[in-house]
Design a protein around this ligand. Structure first.
Ligand code: HEC
Length: 166
């Protein structure tokens, strides 16, 4: 058998081994969990209540406030926070916490608390409370990333402050 045929025969096996989450990590490795199940939901929450100031061509400043204005929109915000709370449970599970040390549990639990407060603020349909809860949520993300830096940021020599926020 020629060597290049051996390589071709083994390649599909190698690819198969790389694809799909490990059986004990139901949401895939942390990077995948963050990208698919944490970041988008956090963005939904952060985008739901915001204040923008724009300098107009005539030199005046226009201020705009955004907040959910329908049952469906408030429900989307509440559900996003609820999903983040579920993810905190997942991060606390042995499969994700193993070998990370006690700080991991503290931050994962912190995410759960912040997400619960965020959900309650949305349930109360209180834009100011949602804004505050969103800030607290962001602080938890940052704290954990300071101890467990995302590979991409580390490689770029960046800091956790570079993680995009709405
Ligand atoms: C318990 C710790 C912990 C908490 C809390 C946490 N993260 Fe992460 N996050 C990680 C780890 C670990 C990585 C790095 C994964 C890797 O690169 O292997 C990461 C990576 C990321 C990434 C990069 C994903 C990618 O595609 O490379 C984003 C975005 C992110 N987190 C967003 C968030 C947001 C938003 C929050 C808060 C709502 C949050 N994280 C809370 C541990 C945490």
């Amino acid at each position: 058998m020629k060597p290049d045929i051996v390589i071709l025969a083994l390649l599909p096996l190698a690819l198969a081994a790389c694809s799909g989450p490990a059986p004990d990590l139901p949401y895939g490795p942390p990077q995948q969990l963050m990208a698919a199940h944490v970041e988008p939901y956090a963005q939904t929450y952060w985008q739901s209540v915001k204040f923008e100031s724009e300098l107009m061509p005539d030199g005046t400043v226009e201020n705009r406030e955004y907040e959910p204005d329908s049952d469906a929109e408030w429900e989307e915000v509440r559900a996003a926070a609820a999903h983040l709370r579920e993810m905190s449970d997942v991060l606390e599970s042995p499969a994700y916490a193993e070998g990370r040390g006690p700080a991991w549990m503290t931050y994962a639990a912190g995410l759960g608390e912040a997400a619960l407060a965020a959900e309650q603020a949305a349930q109360a349909r209180d834009p100011d409370a949602v804004f505050t809860a969103g800030g607290n949520l962001y602080n938890v993300c940052r704290a954990c990333h300071q101890t467990y830096p995302p590979a991409e940021l580390e490689a770029e020599g960046g800091t956790v402050d570079d993680v995009p926020q709405g």
